[in-house]
Design a protein around this ligand. Structure first.
Ligand code: PHE
Length: 452
């Protein structure tokens, strides 16, 4: 017999927890770069359009399935489809979330190491030193794995305290802290001499750069950033109460996520441009380029540079931790409900196995050539398979399922929340989920394989 279903205790806690799942490394290391490279404000506008027209409907679809099912993602899809083959879409969501947990934890562990390195003053040196520091650390067979274990144990600790006592409580503490850190660094960065060039780069609209590739890039980024099709949204929604207005919540979460992404741009570009460095994206941005930027930008005030670097990696670690919590919960809920074991045991299975997956991913970046598949390290394979194949596939199938196969009455009941204003948008929502979202997702998928 399963214990009574947990739920979030307050609206604020529920929004912060879900937004915490969405706000992650993608907001900091990918969005600002994409915006700066692809037409600044023009990209930001298109991104916001993608969030409104595609991200929010997909998020609401997962909310509906999750809350209706009030169980892990696999079982929620199974309940909604009365046990037919659509349940495997739920299983795909769980699998995607599970596989991401291991490698996401590796990068999250690197953030913890960089907090330590900032405090210990290990990041000072010329650019080539900072680069070799990262290379030797990330390919080290031991140190990244220690941090990987540390961050997964912290996540484990939160998860075993349950939905209210663990996830909700931690999110209520961590998310406001993340915001404060973000604002402090934005202010410090924008006050540097020459910061305005960075602000220009981020916001100056250049509609000449808008083409199909950019459009699809914005679309892919909005899905990744909102954690669509990874099981996270559906799992958290299973803890929502019947009173939760799903559309309103999706809008609030998307606003928080997009705001953090834009503020991350205001944190990175002004500082980078003030020292004449052109920022890039991905791990090299946060682990190589930015330590150099901090060193140079605050060369005359080393203490301030030290503090900003520390705050920056603390912020990244918080963003990563809240995302890891949402990922961990996807598989924990799956294991404990499907195997009929306790929540604690489910969490232990997830923590132990994802440490093993993460350790292999980490080792594949070093000397362990056996851990490569073709020319890709195991780490890159996980990233590719989950982000570029499973994510679009899961999103596409979810839209088809909810739009075309679930009885309309049932979808409407969940969506309208018994007569709130959201009901007015039901027609638009259904149109987007039936036609626009599947087509858009299909085009991202085909585009990334150069088919269109
Ligand atoms: N949305 C997260 C980000 O922006 C990435 C993520 C995906 C986190 C899936 C959790 C689950 O970084």
């Amino acid at each position: 017999m399963l214990e009574e279903r947990a739920s979030f205790g307050s609206k604020l806690g529920m929004i912060l927890a879900t937004a915490g799942g969405a706000v992650g490394l993608g907001n900091v290391w990918r969005f600002p770069y994409m915006a700066g490279q692809n037409g600044g404000a023009a990209f930001i506008l298109i991104y916001i359009g993608c969030v409104l027209l595609l991200g929010i409907p997909c998020m609401v679809s997962e909310f509906i399935i999750g809350r209706h099912g009030a169980s892990n993602t696999y079982r929620a899809y199974s309940k909604m489809s009365h046990g037919n083959a659509w349940k495997f879409v739920g299983l795909l969501g769980v699998l995607t979330g599970y596989l991401i947990t291991g490698y996401y934890a590796v990068v999250s562990g690197w953030c913890l190491q960089y907090i330590y390195a900032s405090v210990a003053g290990q990041l000072h040196g010329d650019p080539s030193f900072v680069k070799s520091y990262f290379q030797s650390f990330s390919t080290d067979p031991i140190r990244p794995i220690i941090w990987l274990v540390a961050i997964l144990l912290i996540t484990h600790f939160v998860i075993i305290h349950g939905v209210r006592g663990g996830i909700e409580r931690a999110s209520k503490l961590l998310m406001p802290t993340l915001f404060v850190l973000l604002l402090v660094i934005v202010v410090a960065s924008c006050m540097l001499p020459g910061a305005d060039k960075g602000i220009d780069f981020l916001f100056k609209p250049d509609f000449g750069k808008v083409d199909r590739g950019l459009f699809l890039g914005a679309l892919g980024q909005s899905f990744y950033s909102l954690s669509i099709a990874m099981g996270c949204i559906c799992t958290y929604a299973s803890y929502y109460t019947r009173q939760t207005n799903l559309l309103q919540s999706a809008v609030q979460i998307s606003v928080i996520d997009s705001l953090v992404a834009i503020l991350a741009g205001l944190m990175i570009f002004p500082a980078a441009f003030s020292v004449g460095v052109n920022p890039d994206s991905g791990p090299s941005l946060i682990f190589i380029t930015l330590p150099n930027v901090f060193n140079q930008a605050f060369a005359s005030m080393p203490i301030l540079g030290w503090v900003i670097s520390l705050l920056f990696y603390a912020l990244l670690s918080l963003a990563a931790l809240t995302s890891l919590m949402s990922l961990h919960e996807v598989s924990t809920a799956f294991f404990y409900e499907e195997l009929h074991i306790t929540r604690d045991k489910g969490a232990v299975i997830v923590t132990v196995t994802t440490i093993i997956i993460g350790a292999f991913c980490s080792l594949s970046l070093g000397q362990f050539d056996g851990l490569r598949i073709g020319d890709k390290s195991l780490f890159d394979v996980f990233d590719f398979v989950t982000g570029q194949i499973f994510l679009p596939l899961g999103g596409f199938l979810t839209c088809l399922f909810l739009g075309w196969f679930v009885p309309k009455r049932l979808v409407k009941d969940e969506f309208t929340n018994w007569g709130t204003v959201s009901g007015r948008f039901f027609g638009v929502f259904l149109f987007l989920v039936r036609f626009v979202c599947p087509l858009a997702i299909l085009s991202i998928f085909l585009h990334q394989f150069n088919v269109i």
